[in-house]
Design a protein around this ligand. Structure first.
Ligand code: HSE
Length: 306
């Protein structure tokens, strides 16, 4: 019987320009750790500590404990659990901080109880936690955080893994300002024009087709954001300069990661990604903005036991 497990869960980029609330991918970096330990009190889930971020430790107000409790309960509460979180994905960064916690918690309960659920079967439990943080029940961060790779989340039915562009070198820039997801959603229109919706659907379809054809360049070219980015760009500090610089240094695509403030930029070589990262760093230094930059790829792995 396992008495403790240590989990890792990846950061994720949601939307990827073409699939608002319905597309996301797991990143190879950053990711974060969580330790889960058995305690005697059946059904109790408590947070022992959170390192690296100021988060509510109350089990009913913490994404990780809500997700863990949901799965523990579904498995019949054979024990209680204590969680210790090592946050390296900063809350409010737009790269799936709460989804990583929810995914690590759900996968951790599955691992410690040796319940044998598949990653996709863990999604509803992780979503119980994630939706507490985001206020909406969409799986575009949680699904790739559990399943790894590139995941399409249709309006109904199970999330679908599609082949991820294996040659993408991604640069993720996190300017350290706080944008609440609710605020980032509040700037979006409730209705869009049919012509724009139709074009956006065509770009999403072209992206999926390029993924299946293993054409990394075509997949990047399809990432046109017609519906969301134009409304959110103004919330991201120096977004247009960032975009202009990234493209000038070789980015083939890019945009806002999830609800921001992070942005992601896609290059097709490591050299190009390094150049983009260097130019964005210079911009942030010039503007006096605290920031972090991650060089990453699409990770095939979702949350796993270390
Ligand atoms: N799809 C979500 C959004 C991601 O863009 O608002 C943030 O949870």
């Amino acid at each position: 019987m396992k008495t403790s497990v240590e989990m890792w869960a990846p950061a994720t980029v949601a939307n990827l320009n073409v699939g608002f609330d319905s597309l996301g991918c797991a990143l190879s970096a950053p990711g974060e750790r969580m330790v889960l330990r058995r305690i005697d009190n059946r059904g109790e889930v408590r947070i022992a500590d959170v390192h690296g971020a100021e988060l509510d430790l109350h089990p009913e107000r913490n994404v990780a404990s809500i997700a863990a409790k949901s799965l523990l309960n579904a498995l019949g509460n054979p024990c209680g659990l204590e969680l210790e979180l090592f946050k390296t994905i900063l809350p409010g960064s737009g790269i799936g901080s709460s989804a990583a916690s929810a995914a690590a918690a759900a996968a951790g309960v599955n691992a410690i109880l040796e319940a044998g659920l598949r990653p996709d079967e863990l999604i509803p439990f992780a979503l119980d936690g994630e939706s507490f943080a985001s206020g909406a029940r969409h799986a575009d961060n949680v699904a790739p955080a559990l399943m790894g790779g590139m995941v399409v989340c249709p309006p109904e039915g199970a999330p679908i893994s599609i082949p991820a562009p294996s040659g993408w070198h991604m640069v993720v820039l996190h300017p350290q300002v706080t944008i609440r997801t609710a605020d980032s959603r509040a700037v979006l229109p409730s209705d869009v024009k049919l012509t724009a919706a139709s074009k956006q659907a065509a770009w999403f379809a072209a992206f999926v087709a390029a993924c299946y054809e293993r054409d990394d360049a075509a997949a990047a070219l399809a990432l046109e954001d017609l519906l969301v980015g134009p409304h959110r760009g103004a919330l991201i500090p120096h977004f247009m300069e960032t975009r202009e610089l990234a493209f000038r240094h070789g980015a083939r695509a890019g945009g806002i990661s999830g609800s921001g403030p992070s942005t992601f930029w896609v290059a097709l070589s490591k050299d190009s990604a390094n150049e983009i990262a260097g130019s964005l760093k210079d911009l942030m230094v010039d503007k006096g903005l605290d920031h972090s930059i991650h060089l990453s790829a699409v990770s095939a792995r979702g949350a796993y036991e270390i």
